[in-house]
Design a protein around this ligand. Structure first.
Ligand SMILES: NC(=O)C1=CN([C@@H]2O[C@H](COP(=O)(O)OP(=O)(O)OC[C@H]3O[C@@H](n4cnc5c(N)ncnc54)[C@H](OP(=O)(O)O)[C@@H]3O)[C@@H](O)[C@H]2O)C=CC1
Ligand SMILES: N[C@@H](C=O)C(=O)O
Length: 266
């Protein structure tokens, strides 16, 4: 049997650089045909021709600005119609790291459009076919800044906070099915997003920076283990477990209909 046909097509948004480019390489190596999405056509074309030659897979490029309503709709329509899709990696993202008052409305909107709206609409496009076939893999790339905020990341963290809660919600909706939904919270990784965001990698503590290859390999290892949430750089599993327990306990502690004693004025 044709292995590529068996594996189906993996859609990777933001494949023109950084994590997306490495995801494309790794999934081509695993035998997936690829559908790559980004704005920079030259980068996608070069990647497609390299991977097609190296791994004998089919690579289709969708050159699109996911911050544009029309382009996003075109990509969503393409994915909806493509029944060969078995994997969607919502990886494209953009960041401006600055105080909100120093961030143009255009940049604020770009973060919301690419990091939130595109993730939601592209998931909408593939999930019905995954559910119908009772198989498929959705990987949403959030960030450690989805559960932590800096004075320069109010909007970026807000958008990644959406990805965190949205993905946790999808996991609950799809519990008991064969549709795998993985939430990923990378920390600092050596990609262009830092330059794009206005904080060059050179300005960061160098020991905190992971390579794109290490990050993607950790994410795929988490996927292979069936993890729901993957923190590529968190070594201490107990920290992850304690955070999960505290999150659930805080919610449960809120379910009593009574103001807490500290708010009752005598
Ligand atoms: N690097 C890091 O430290 C961390 C990154 N992340 C997340 O990882 C993901 C990948 O980013 P990373 O690899 O780091 O950064 P890169 O800047 O290298 O990659 C971002 C990708 O997103 C694409 N993209 C950005 N804006 C648009 C747009 N409007 N339309 C279509 N594609 C777009 C870019 O392509 P093009 O410009 O060609 O359109 C590029 O391929 C992002 O979601 C990011 O938030 C999370 C935590 C840490
Ligand atoms: N992409 C980084 C910030 O811009 C991050 O998520 O840490």
């Amino acid at each position: 049997m044709n292995k590529n046909k068996e594996m189906g097509t993996a859609v990777i948004t933001g494949a023109s650089s950084g994590l997306g480019e490495v995801f494309a390489e790794r999934l081509a190596k695993r035998g997936y045909n690829l559908k790559l999405v980004a704005r920079r056509k030259d980068r996608l074309d070069a990647l497609a021709s390299r991977l097609q030659t190296k791994y004998n897979v089919k690579v289709t490029n969708l050159v699109a600005d996911l911050g544009s309503e029309t382009d996003l709709e075109n990509v969503a329509n393409d994915l909806r119609a493509d029944k060969s899709i078995t994997v969607l990696i919502n990886n494209a993202g953009t960041s401006t790291l600055a105080a909100t008052t120093a961030t143009s409305v255009a940049k604020q909107k770009a973060m919301v459009d690419v990091n939130i709206t595109a993730v939601m609409l592209l998931s909408n496009a593939v999930l019905p076919q995954f559910i119908e076939k009772n198989e498929g893999i959705l990987i949403n790339i959030a960030s450690v800044l989805g559960f932590f905020t800096l004075p320069i990341s109010a909007i970026y963290s807000g958008t990644k906070g959406f990805v965190v809660q949205y993905t946790l919600g999808l996991q609950q909706e799809l519990k008991g099915t064969n549709v795998q939904v993985q939430l990923v919270n990378p920390a600092t990784t050596a990609t262009e997003i830092w330059e794009v965001g206005g904080v060059p990698l050179a300005a960061l503590e160098q020991s905190t920076i992971m390579t794109t290859e290490d990050c993607v390999d950790a994410i795929l290892s988490g996927l292979d283990k069936g993890e729901l949430t993957t923190h590529p750089s968190v070594h201490d599993q107990q920290l992850i477990d304690a955070y999960e327990v505290a999150r659930i306990k805080l919610f449960e502690g809120s379910q009593n209909g009574q103001p807490a004693g500290r708010y009752i004025q005598s």
